[in-house]
Write a protein that binds this ligand. Structure first.
Ligand code: 5GP
Length: 115
């Protein structure tokens, strides 16, 4: 059984977070240490530790993460200029919180990921 992270407490509103969106499948909130003018984390409400743990039964929540990302980018006014969606996996991916999350980053030109 995977261990809960701080993100489960955010979902249950047991600790403060700037929650921008929540429904029965996903929650989205501002990153506490933003790396871009807009930096939002979008997470499934149920615990999936890493992308390696994703199952077919998670597809509905994962799909919702995408539609919520597009909606929040639009609301933040960054959709037309563009933005970056990132999911880090394990050590080499730089994952620090083991409850999968999509980073929505935008509001500035970020350049190519690899050059
Ligand atoms: P990772 O490196 O795992 O992909 O990203 C984890 C992200 O979670 C980091 O960008 C970090 O700033 C953010 N984070 C960690 N703890 C908290 C928290 O308690 N509240 C919020 N809002 N963000 C957090």
């Amino acid at each position: 059984m995977a261990e809960e992270t701080i993100f489960s407490k955010i979902i249950r509103r047991e600790i403060p977070a700037d929650i921008l969106y929540q429904d029965e499948l996903v929650t989205a909130f501002r990153d506490i240490q933003p790396k871009a003018p807009t930096h939002i984390l979008i997470i499934p409400n149920h615990l999936i530790p890493t992308v390696n743990d994703v199952k077919a039964s998670d597809e509905k929540a994962l799909g919702r993460m995408m539609t919520v990302a597009a909606k929040l980018a639009d609301e933040a006014g960054i959709a037309e200029d563009g933005y970056r969606l990132i999911m880090n996996c394990n050590k080499h991916g730089g994952q620090e919180v083991f409850h999968i999350h999509m980073h929505l980053l935008g509001g500035d030109f970020m350049g190519p990921l690899v050059s």
